[in-house]
Design a protein around this ligand. Structure first.
Ligand code: NAD
Length: 294
């Protein structure tokens, strides 16, 4: 498939003559941001919303299937960062109409969209592949990969159509993959396949977006202590084996969600203006393939 820019779909695309200046101040000053998977108190989504708010975002849409904490997170962000407009949206990130609607809302309210962080995800089936039913597998793929496809499908055209008002096109789409999408993984096969799909989307869509100035990248976290992994950490604490968690990691520890959120901030900001189509491992070196010394 030819890049969108060559298909004549968007004929007056901005030609990239300038690059964004290095930022000495807030790194996403004035940007309009959508983040999915933000309900979890410990999660990467909430931590990322804080990073974007702290670094000058004009507006942030925090979105999740589960809305039990969304209003609390909104109040928290609004009190810490009063200049930021915070909006909540309760929706399934793999629902075509819902993703289109939040992008449309952002364009209607602000006339632009700068960053879409498609971060919502589920852990997949914790059973051997022979026991996974097709509908269970499809559910994981829909939640983890189709959600990133939809984010790109609706965010990229919106970013292109509004970027001519700016000095340079700077739209950034980010999908959360996993190290499980980069290499063999002891966990579930549906999860690994879905996360490999997110990496592949970043590679393929970045080609199809050629010439538009819009970038897309995947983040591949290693072991992060979040809502998703909390049961595992809780069980290890109860067993007194907490120190063993992360022992195979070169940094000998799991990570905090903020450590992933800081990478999302970088990839969303113009600081990463020449980073495109990449899978960014944030895994303490786990995927580097360190030798196992017998
Ligand atoms: P989390 O469970 O704390 O947060 C995930 C959030 O996504 C939750 O709030 C959940 O309600 C939401 N969500 C799930 N399905 C959704 C849907 N269909 N629509 C909208 N929202 C939905 O976990 P986390 O670790 O912060 O997960 C964020 C992303 O990071 C996920 O994509 C996950 O696969 C990925 N990841 C996590 C780890 C880890 O070790 N925690 C490692 C690699 C990748």
């Amino acid at each position: 498939v030819a890049p969108i820019a060559d298909q004549g779909t968007f004929e007056n695309l901005p030609v990239l003559k300038k690059i964004a200046p290095a930022s000495n101040g807030p790194r996403v000053q004035g940007k309009v941001v959508i983040v999915t998977g933000t309900n979890s108190a410990l999660g990467i989504g909430r931590a990322s919303a804080h990073q974007f708010a702290e670094n000058g975002a004009k507006a942030i849409y925090i979105c999740d299937f589960n809305d039990s904490n969304l209003e609390t997170h909104k109040r928290e962000l609004a009190s810490l960062y009063p200049k930021v407009d915070v909006h909540t949206r309760q929706f399934d990130a793999s629902d075509d109409g819902a993703v289109k609607a939040v992008v449309d809302d952002a364009i209607r309210a602000y006339g632009r969209l700068d960053i879409f962080f498609a971060n919502a995800g589920i852990v997949g089936q914790s059973k051997i592949f022979t026991d996974i039913e097709a509908d269970e597998f499809l559910h994981t793929l829909k939640t983890n990969v189709v959600s990133v496809h939809l984010a790109a499908k609706y965010a990229a055209p919106a970013m292109m159509l509004t970027s001519d008002e700016k000095k340079y096109p700077s739209g950034s789409i980010i999908g959360t993959a996993s190290v499980a999408g980069l290499r063999s993984n002891a966990g579930s096969s549906d999860y690994s396949a879905s996360k490999a799909g997110v990496v592949s989307l970043a590679q393929t869509i970045s080609y199809q977006l050629a010439g538009t100035g819009i970038r897309i990248n995947a983040i591949c976290p290693g072991l992060i202590e979040t809502g998703m992994t909390a049961p595992m950490f809780k069980a290890a604490r109860a067993r007194g084996t907490e120190r063993k968690v992360g022992q195979l990691n070169p940094l000998k520890r799991a990570a905090h969600a903020d450590e992933v959120a800081r990478v999302a901030l970088f990839l969303g900001s113009d600081e990463s203006s020449y980073v495109n189509g990449q899978a960014w491992a944030v895994d303490g070196g786990l995927s580097a393939g360190h030798p196992v010394v017998p």
